[in-house]
Design a protein around this ligand. Structure first.
Ligand code: TZP
Ligand code: MG
Length: 215
């Protein structure tokens, strides 16, 4: 089953909460809490920094849990070179099939979509999952696309059988509505990274995801 919680580790130190954990510490705590899917997102770092941090995250996650998968945002080349579990591309990054050529078949390629045209196009690719958003307003992304809302998620669910990852402004308070609208997974930056207790927050999400399965 596709992991129900997708923890995005943003390199910007502003997202670390009052406790100011490093992203390596946050990754370790989240993996210890049972999070299986991570993304490293660094919008300003050099290729070298993204490479080095991704390698460090892969090592830390392997030591903490052994099962966690790290997806590298934007950079399929770096994902391939560090042996990451996947690459995530947006509408202005390499197209899915180009990322696939770089990464190969065993590595996940995920793609962001913001409207139905993009969603249909993504559905016709070899993408392993499709991200949709922003579902709610978010202050985390610079120049976010327009908010698409839960309506878009429902429409997306009726179009694709690929795993759907919802992103943008999601919190533990809204997560069950997001799952109910058709998301296989919720991708979260601020609500996890800025939490005083990221592991405790992750366990709350995982409990919500689990209760959705038994209803
Ligand atoms: N793409 C769409 S919204 C978003 C990204 C990367 C930011 C999500 O961050 P948060 O803090 O979970 O709203
Ligand atoms: Mg991108």
């Amino acid at each position: 089953m596709f992991p129900a919680l997708y923890a995005i580790l943003d390199a910007s130190p502003e997202f670390a909460g009052p406790s100011k954990f490093s992203i390596l510490e946050i990754a370790e705590r989240l993996a210890g809490a049972g999070v299986e899917l991570f993304q490293y997102r660094d919008k300003h770092g050099s290729a070298r920094k993204i490479q080095e941090t991704s390698e460090a995250l892969i090592d830390r996650l392997a030591a903490a849990a052994g099962v966690a998968r790290l997806i590298v945002n934007d950079r399929a080349d770096v994902a391939a070179i560090v042996g990451a579990g996947g690459a995530h591309v947006g509408q202005e990054d390499l197209p899915v099939e180009a990322a696939r050529k770089i990464c190969g078949g065993a590595v996940w390629v995920g793609v962001s979509t913001h409207n139905l045209e993009q969603l249909r196009a993504a559905d016709a690719t070899s993408a392993d999952y499709i991200a949709v958003g922003p579902i709610f307003p978010t202050g985390t992304k610079v120049n976010p696309d327009p908010v698409v809302g839960l309506e878009f998620l429902r429409a997306a669910r009726s179009i694709t059988r690929k795993p759907l990852v919802a992103i943008g402004g999601i919190t533990v308070e809204s997560a069950s509505d997001v799952y109910r609208a058709g998301a296989d997974s919720v991708a979260v930056i601020r609500d996890l990274m800025a939490a005083g207790d990221p592991a405790g927050k992750a366990r709350e999400y995982l409990a919500i995801a689990k209760s959705r399965m038994t209803r």
